[in-house]
Design a protein. Structure first.
Length: 123
């Protein structure tokens, strides 16, 4: 399952449409709290995770996952490329770190080749 966590409903819907067109199943969450409340702790899950959100943010979720020793496939997306959040993504072992607007082909490539640990920032 691919979970998309972003507080922008248009971004959520855009990712959902993209993944559907590629035959990938996804579930949408408007925030970290909503995700944590319904997540079943499956280590095979993949997250597309926005960093900047109200309440708990993407960095908080990465810290939580590290604390409970859950290594998921995570692709961080952000409108604000910051050294701190990029470093947190790298330290967690994220598959990718992408700036919005996200390159659709790069995102789909990361999702399909999950074993290739790469971190990429779109210029």
């Amino acid at each position: 399952m691919i979970y998309i966590i972003d507080d922008d409903k248009y971004v959520l819907r855009g990712f959902q449409i993209l993944l559907q067109s590629a035959g990938l199943e996804s579930k949408l969450f408007g925030g970290v709290e909503e995700f944590i409340d319904s997540w079943d702790h499956d280590i095979n899950d993949t997250l597309i995770l926005d960093i900047h959100m109200a309440g708990l943010n993407g960095c908080d979720l990465l810290n939580y996952l590290k604390e409970i020793q859950m290594q998921l496939n995570v692709i961080v997306v952000t409108a604000y490329d910051e050294t701190v959040s990029r470093q947190q993504a790298v330290n967690y072992g994220a598959l990718g770190y992408l700036t919005k607007p996200v390159d659709d082909e790069l995102l789909l490539d990361l999702l399909k080749n999950r074993k290739n640990k790469i971190v990429s920032v779109k210029d």
